[in-house]
Design a protein around this ligand. Sequence first.
Ligand SMILES: [Zn+2]
Length: 154
Amino acid sequence: MLFLVDAMLGNVAKKLRLLGFDSEYFSDIDDSELIEKAKNENRTIISRDHDLINRAKKNEMSFVYITKENEIEQFLEILESTHLKLDEISGDAARCTKCNSLTSQISKSEIKNKIPQGLLEYHDKFWKCDGCDQIYWEGTHIKNLQEFVHKINL
Ligand SMILES: [Zn+2]
């Protein structure tokens, strides 16, 4: 399932990417462009903008209408309308939070001079974005996400 997340929901887009869902997000895009892109790429629109959701409805596109403020409740709305389930978080499945590309595991020797020595000693697994070369490790963002998913599944 592919998503297109509207500009007001940047945090949702970031979490969906870490969870491994292909989620396009643009901080600055007008509604017509967004509708067109979602249609062309067969993406489910996630939005809290009533007008945008109405346009998606008229175009018979799939959408998730977010009405809650709380992030956990927002994710419950997404899971409810998409019938997706969230399991354990894995760094291998995560997509780049910056550009939505897939990430690949890389060896420590490849990044030896690119990240602080402390990180290399403290972590075993590292990933690099296939798109923008951003380097990831199972740091606090993954731990926080694990807790987040745990709360969703309670
Ligand atoms: Zn990237």
